[in-house]
Write a protein that binds this ligand. Structure first.
Ligand code: GLC
Length: 465
């Protein structure tokens, strides 16, 4: 490791340590950020999704205790009562975040299931991040006793109850409200956004490994997971995938088709193909589009869903090669000066007005709307290593490390190329440091990538291949 990389890793490690939160004398999580210059709002809480990346960093560094404690706290906080009260969290929900409150000499955990969060957004992804953290804990430590305990087995079943329930729609994908995951503001990411579907796939793969096969209560869950995995994989690989061939097919689609032989099943109007896509999509490159719904194709590129799809084995090997090809050809757009672009392109003009509701924090090329988020580096590292793209990862990390240290670990960067520290970005953001640390570690010790394995390739019948 070069000197600069040593320094950057040491600083990231120190920030991660500083961010640790204790409860009853035990470390249980990390706060989201510690920027002394900005009001904390809820950034002083332990977010389930943010902590997953801290957990991966801790596991790679051999600090298992905090991860184990976090996993236990999350089970304790999981909502486990069947609810008809619409103001209470649904059974099985894991909080978006929690904080430790001190009352006199005692301490208490206060969970937020979205009822306090800005815009009151539901954390659809929390249960999934908890499952992925639990899986990584077992893979990295070899400790499979925790997951086998009755409360943990029950907690897994509750997450599955909540996510596999049949509702009004009849698709293998999961229907979610706007802003219910990492993008936790209005951004037109409702319906069946790829970020959630890819994570759903990874979480189902994890559940399949973590549910004990000798436990009779688990049998129907294991069967349901296997079935859903096959349908979900087929659906996403077929209808969400976009490359030049597929674009041409959509461009020539017939519409208003009825019945089982329809080719254009969702009645997508070719006229809705955005102009930017025709020139932007390179020969040999491809990605999963943001959303597919009745008559709706959201052609935006979302990094987290695409990278998760590759890391979890949802993409076919050819699709992963095409995704890395896209990253390579469109480096300026998708990696930029500070990797990685969260969503491309940004919503602007009328689209920005309608879909974000004129949200100034999400104005074009800022924050979720086309900002660059270094916390994604861990995921990029996993995919790049699997695709054998060591060199791309090395250059990406080299430039990022220097800038992150200089700017003190900002939450996100703004501008088409991500050159400016985000207008409202916090500094000393924990998952920025953790994301870098994980990526750096994996580059130096690629054999540890197996500890963070997020899923496996499943065919249309739900069988691992
Ligand atoms: C922002 C992000 C969200 C993250 C939180 C804490 O709200 O959009 O994904 O969990 O900050 O870092």
């Amino acid at each position: 490791m070069s000197d600069y990389a040593e320094t950057a890793s040491a600083k990231a490690r120190a920030l991660l340590e500083e961010s640790v939160v204790s409860y009853m004398g035990r470390p249980v999580g990390t706060v989201a950020a510690m920027d002394p210059g900005l009001e904390a709002l809820n950034y002083d809480q332990v977010f389930t999704r943010d902590f997953a990346i801290s957990a991966f960093a801790f596991l790679l560094e051999g600090r298992d205790d905090i991860v184990r404690n976090f996993l236990e706290v999350a089970v304790e906080l999981q909502s486990n009562e069947r609810q008809f009260d619409c103001f209470k969290p649904g059974q099985g929900l894991i909080p978006a975040s929690f904080k430790v409150e001190t009352h006199g000499a005692g301490q208490r955990l206060a969970a937020d299931f979205g009822e306090h969060a800005i815009a009151r957004v539901a954390p659809v992804d929390s249960g999934f991040w908890w499952l992925l953290t639990l899986q990584a804990y077992g893979q990295a430590t070899g400790d499979h006793t925790l997951v086998r305990t009755p409360p943990f087995q029950e907690a897994i079943r509750l997450v599955l109850d909540l996510s596999l329930v049949t509702r009004f729609d009849m698709f293998p994908t999961m229907l979610v409200p706007d802003g219910s995951f990492m993008i936790d503001r209005r951004m037109g990411v409702y319906g069946y956004p790829m970020d959630i579907q890819a994570q759903f796939y990874a979480a189902l793969c994890a559940a399949r490994h973590l549910l004990a096969t000798d436990e009779p209560d688990n049998a129907p869950y294991l069967a349901a997971v296997e079935e859903r995995l096959g349908h979900l994989a087929y659906h996403l690989r077929t209808y969400y995938w976009m490359d030049l061939g597929r674009l041409n097919q959509v461009y020539r689609y017939g519409v208003e088709e009825y019945g089982p032989t329809a080719a254009n099943q969702f009645n997508i109007q070719p006229e809705a193909i955005p102009d930017w896509l025709m020139d932007w999509l390179p020969e040999g490159g491809g990605y999963f589009v943001g959303n597919v719904g009745p008559g709706r194709m959201d052609y935006r590129f979302f990094a987290q869903g695409n990278l998760l799809a590759s890391a979890a084995g949802l993409s076919t090997p050819e699709q992963t090669v095409a995704l890395m090809g896209l990253y390579d050809t469109r480096r300026a757009d998708l990696l930029g000066d500070m990797p990685l672009k969260l969503c491309f392109p940004a919503l602007a003009g009328d689209e920005w007005r309608t879909l974000t509701g004129c949200d100034p924090k999400n104005r074009p090329w800022s924050y979720h709307n086309g900002g660059n988020w270094p916390m994604l580096l861990w995921l990029f590292a996993l995919v790049a290593l699997e695709a054998g793209d060591q060199e791309l990862l090395e250059t990406t990390l080299h430039d990022a490390g220097r800038r992150l240290v200089r700017e003190d670990w900002p939450e996100y960067f703004d501008g088409r190329a991500g050159r400016l520290v985000g207008r409202q970005a916090r500094r000393r953001q924990t998952w920025t440091a953790a994301g870098y640390l994980v990526a750096r570690h994996l580059l130096d010790r690629p054999e540890h990538a197996a500890w963070l394995r997020l899923g496996e390739h499943v065919d249309a019948a739900g069988c691992s291949t």
